[in-house]
Write a protein that binds this ligand. Structure first.
Ligand SMILES: Cc1ncc(COP(=O)(O)O)c(C=O)c1O
Length: 404
């Protein structure tokens, strides 16, 4: 069991007041809060070892390079990648997905198919649409059911030898559904397709094992897992990363440059042009250390308790409907209250110090499926408490009275 008060004291922002009320932070799906060790590590980097990496013979450059590469190895171990050069630093999930769609532009041909799920974040829809427009490939969509689950029989039926790549999130940001990615990876491979897993909403809750999963690509953002913004990881199998062209040209990604021809550096540098977010990359390692110290078993136990308690308490509110009712879901509750616009509830409860997300959550196709403009989303982290859920429920009841 976690000592929640001790954990909460690791996060300075959680003891703040917002609009004169103690902050209740339930917007973890958008970004997580940062523990003091992460905040300190950023300052420490700039105070002690700030220098550009992979470039200088001087001591600071070497220290910064070592710290950056140590962080890469730490992340390699965390996700159980076979090689550290399969772990690329990016600025986030969006960048990682665009890097892959850019690479597939040189592979796909008219008649090829890309399979995307119907419960994706826009960042895992739009780059694939752009890719299909560019290459003449066709985008096919794996449908969902009322509970917010992907329909596996439909997935099976869509797969064929025309399918070149499947893309799906591990966990849906708008609904919390945990997708059966093990099955989906196996099925994609049976038809010879590659598969990308968007792990943006998974890594705050669990430790993915990319070798056991056998996925071709796994992307995520650091800022949703206690790390700094502007950080992210793209894991790719070595063979795929060798096959794909670089995303950006520039310094550090080359072997030799002449005006006649440029040759590219080995992995991972081929995909890391220019000066990266050095502090961010190093401190993402610190964030991962912190989460491992808390322990993913403890994190899951606490979040499951919050999900169960929150679901029960919120459903006691008259006219409240939850969207995303899969048995297999994480600590995200998306809901609406009959006759009230989600934005109105969000605005009132913000005045009471409660941060939730309202709107379409960058997942408009899900909202279209349900025929709603958006939802209110409360996404819980391991540092949240049942008492905070009680404050949310009381605030919603108050808002309901004010708005009816
Ligand atoms: C499932 C999912 N994919 C992708 C993203 C995009 O992440 P980022 O904005 O950090 O690139 C998000 C962000 O909310 C997400 O929830």
């Amino acid at each position: 069991m976690l000592d929640i008060q001790k954990i909460r004291s690791d996060f300075p922002i959680l003891s703040q007041k917002v609009n004169g009320k103690p902050l209740v932070y339930f917007d973890n799906g958008a970004t997580s809060q940062k523990p003091q060790v992460v905040i300190d590590a950023i300052a420490q980097y700039y105070q002690e070892i700030n220098a550009n990496i992979h470039r200088g013979v001087h001591t600071l450059s070497q220290l910064a390079t070592d710290a950056y590469e140590e962080s890469r190895s730490k992340i390699q171990n965390h996700i159980n990648a076979k090689h550290s050069h399969e772990v690329l630093f990016t600025s986030g999930t969006t960048f990682g997905i665009n890097l892959i769609t850019n690479g597939f532009a040189s592979i796909l041909k008219p008649g090829d198919e890309v399979l995307v799920s119907s419960i994706e974040h826009h960042s895992n829809i739009v780059p694939w649409q752009m890719l299909c427009e560019k290459t003449g490939a066709t985008l096919k969509v794996i449908p969902m059911n009322e509970a917010g689950e992907l329909i596996m029989s439909e997935y099976d039926a869509l797969l064929s030898d025309k399918t070149k790549i499947v893309t799906v999130n591990h966990i849906s940001n708008a609904l919390g559904t945990i997708n059966p990615i093990e099955y989906m990876i196996q099925k994609a491979h049976e038809v010879g397709a590659a598969i990308l897993i968007d792990g943006a909403q998974a890594v705050p809750h669990l430790k993915p094992d990319v070798q056991a999963l056998d996925c071709d690509f796994y992307v995520f953002s650091g800022h949703k897992m206690c790390g700094p913004t502007g950080t992210g990881i793209l894991y790719g199998k070595e063979a795929w990363l060798n096959k794909l062209p670089p995303y950006q040209g520039g310094g550090e990604m080359i072997k030799e440059v002449s005006f006649e021809k440029t040759t590219y550096a080995e992995l991972p540098h081929k995909f890391e042009a220019g000066t990266p977010n050095i502090a961010g990359g190093i401190v993402l390692g610190t964030a991962i250390d912190y989460m491992n110290e808390v322990g993913f078993d403890n994190i899951q136990e606490q979040e499951l308790a919050l999900l169960e308690y929150g679901t029960e308490k919120l459903l006691e509110i008259e006219g409240l409907r939850i969207f995303g009712t899969s048995e297999n879901k994480t600590s995200v509750i998306s809901f609406n209250i009959e006759g009230i616009h989600p934005y109105d509830i969000g605005t009132i409860i913000d005045k009471l110090g409660i941060a939730v997300r309202t709107g379409h959550h960058c997942a408009q196709p899900i909202m279209s499926y349900y025929g709603i403009p958006g939802t209110i989303r409360a996404s819980f982290s391991f540092y949240n408490t049942k008492e905070e859920i009680d404050i949310l429920v009381a605030a919603i009841k108050k808002a309901q009275i004010m708005l009816s």
